[in-house]
Write a protein that binds this ligand. Structure first.
Ligand SMILES: *[C@@H]1O[C@H](CO)[C@@H](O)[C@H](O)[C@H]1NC(C)=O
Length: 404
């Protein structure tokens, strides 16, 4: 289904500049056609590419206005790589369902904590996903005042840039995890982007998350949360299983599920090139060498470039399985901002995160008030299970400033 472009004879740096030029075309397409709601776009074919220098700066808000009223425009990047053979049904857990649940949670979050606009750059590996997502999110998105969604297909072009060893080991959907390492080059006119894994539910304020950009110092390019907190009981063993002998950030490693990426600074830092170099260097590790390990290796070396994102923006089961270890959710007026189902926790019906995921996935925007959704979730997690583990902690630390 995806055409292979004969690029392999090129030098590696050649790959990268080709990718960069694609991104240009893609972004122009996105913006110029974004008067409506959902914009479909594809990267232009290599042979059709003509360099364009058009700048989109004039579309940015007036600087004076921006100083008076800080912009609350949020840009989100989501990658949904669904196996090529998997049917797009709703009776089987899959990444396309996760993306719908995530987008539902984004919509609900921005109803409660308003922002000026939300732009979603949504990368999909299959053409039928475009129709699927249009059908499943279009009517829900109408709840938002101001939004743009660009559904971007054909990222087989990025796949060509991966070192050949990875191309032979991974199918396109498996390789899609690496796409986030390329985002600075794929969206060359976007200054900042909040990358979100699909196995996330936003339960707090997107704006507070986005505002972490303003807490970065001048050296920092990216904000990512630790994998686990120091007082986790399983800290040592988890750390070892994730990283063995490879370099990683601090003692705990960082978790790639939420990444506030200053794309402008990442481009200046040659982030994508550095990631490609790491992939090449560690290619003998094969399938084990996922994108999160690449991020850890890069920012182990450039530790001052990384801001650690507070764990309330990437709350995982390890933060509550054996008692609360992400203690800041007790201090935060909102509590948990993001639930991350890392390790298949949305999928497993014995996991404490299963129910919250399904409540968001099945939320009916026509009949359902978000407060009813919240109160159903609160009730579920506040009763009937051990209050010292995830059930009790989610019950206590979600929607803390919402009155019922
Ligand atoms: C990025 O790459 C360019 C071109 O190779 C080089 O001139 C520049 O010094 C690099 N910057 C960093 C921060 O590595």
């Amino acid at each position: 289904m995806f055409r292979k472009v004969p690029l392999r004879g090129c030098r590696k740096s050649g790959y990268l500049s080709l990718l960069l030029t694609f991104g240009y075309g893609a972004l122009l397409t996105v913006y110029l056609r974004s008067s409506g709601s959902i914009v479909k776009t594809t990267f232009p074919e290599i042979t059709n590419y003509t360099p364009r220098q058009t700048s989109l700066i004039q579309e940015e808000p007036d600087l004076k206005e921006a100083i008076i009223r800080p912009e609350k425009n949020i840009r989100i990047g989501i990658i949904s790589g669904v196996p090529e053979t998997q049917p797009l049904t709703t009776n089987q857990h899959s990444f396309h369902l996760e993306a719908v649940a995530l987008i539902n949670s984004v919509i609900i979050s921005t109803i409660i904590y308003p922002v000026d606009s939300v732009e979603i750059f949504f990368f999909v590996n299959r053409l039928d996903l475009v129709t699927y997502f249009e059908d499943h999110i279009r009517s829900n998105l109408k709840k938002l005042r101001n939004y743009k969604v660009a559904i971007i297909t054909k990222f087989d072009l990025f796949y060509q840039v991966l070192p050949e060893e990875y191309q032979t080991k991974f199918s396109l959907h498996e390789a899609s995890v690496y796409l986030r390492l390329f985002i600075p080059e794929v969206l060359p006119n976007v200054e900042k982007l909040m990358y979100l894994d699909t196995d996330l539910i936003i339960t707090g304020s997107l704006w507070e998350m986005w505002n972490q950009f303003n807490k970065m110092n001048s050296d920092q390019l990216i904000a990512i949360a630790h994998n686990n907190e120091e007082n986790d009981r399983n800290y040592g063993s988890l750390d070892h299983s994730l990283f063995h002998d490879i370099p990683h950030v601090d003692a705990k490693g960082v978790n790639g599920g939420v990444q506030l990426m200053n794309l402008e600074k990442l481009r200046k830092f040659n982030y994508t090139t550095k990631c490609l170099e790491v992939l090449k260097q560690y290619q003998s590790r094969g399938n084990w060498m996922d994108d999160q390990r690449v991020v850890n290796i890069v920012f182990n070396k450039y530790r001052n470039k990384l801001k650690i994102l507070p764990c309330r923006f990437n709350f995982q089961h390890i933060h509550c399985d054996m008692g609360l270890t992400c203690n800041e959710v007790e201090r935060s007026p909102i509590g948990i901002h993001v639930i991350h189902g890392a390790g298949g926790k949305f999928e497993s019906n014995i996991s404490p995160f299963y129910e919250i995921y399904h409540h968001y996935l099945n939320h009916n925007f026509e009949n359902g008030e978000y407060k009813q959704l919240f109160s159903r979730i609160k009730t579920k997690y506040s009763t009937g299970r051990d209050v010292t583990t995830c059930f009790g902690n989610i019950g206590q630390h979600l929607y803390k400033n919402v009155s019922f």
